[in-house]
Design a protein around this ligand. Sequence first.
Ligand SMILES: Nc1ncnc2c1ncn2[C@@H]1O[C@H](COP(=O)(O)OP(=O)(O)O)[C@@H](O)[C@H]1O
Ligand SMILES: [Mg+2]
Length: 236
Amino acid sequence: MKSQDFIIKVKKLSKIYKTDLLETTALDNVSFKIKKGEFVAIMGPSGSGKSTLMHILGALDKPTSGEYILDGEKVEKLTDDELSDIRNRKIGFVFQAFNLLPRTTTLKNVMIPMIYGGIPKEIRLKIAEKYLKMVGLGDRMQHTSNQISGGQQQRVAIARSLVMNPTLILADEPTGNIASHQAEEIMEIFQKLNDEGRTIVMITHEVDIAKHAKRIINIKDGKIFKDSPNHARKII
Ligand SMILES: Nc1ncnc2c1ncn2[C@@H]1O[C@H](COP(=O)(O)OP(=O)(O)O)[C@@H](O)[C@H]1O
Ligand SMILES: [Mg+2]
């Protein structure tokens, strides 16, 4: 296997949070690789280190020790400017709390990464419309994000995550704040994106959500204790 076939390579990653009184080992010597086109769920109970791992994978935070290679680039060597550029171009983020701008149309929300990415205005509009239609919100483009349901807000966030055509979609508890029938719709979209060849890394503590992935990595107390293909995958 060629090394460039891996979008993610982490080697002996540890993260220790230090406060005046306490040291917390949130990640303890974690190693794994993810190939392009995989659909991976990272599962574990609350406090197991999932969000810490997501922040490192998203180049939003750095490990205390260990190595992270994202699409062939050693993340610890990059400057802050290079990091924000990589985040904007290579990674589509989907968060539990959607992180949309309130009182702002869904169309404008979806265009934001392209404003940072320097994409011309007419092209921004076309691309934003395309992805809003793709997530089934072609009739909600002029609604503001507070005028639509939680599941719809998360679909807007997914459309926003796609506009720069990222190689990797990173989702942290994407269904944590929405009703279960809407959660299935979100998983259907992820499945479709993965069928189109996009790599998805999804963090969840819910078995019902993880079962849509093709591979499940289980973490507990900051350590991987199981990493295996999901033979019982649920296909919608
Ligand atoms: N900024 C921080 N400062 C200190 N401790 C933290 C910080 N963020 C997370 N932790 C601790 O690290 C551990 C892992 O947290 P987290 O990665 O948020 O887990 P999860 O997302 O699985 O719930 C927990 O014990 C948590 O309290
Ligand atoms: Mg978390």
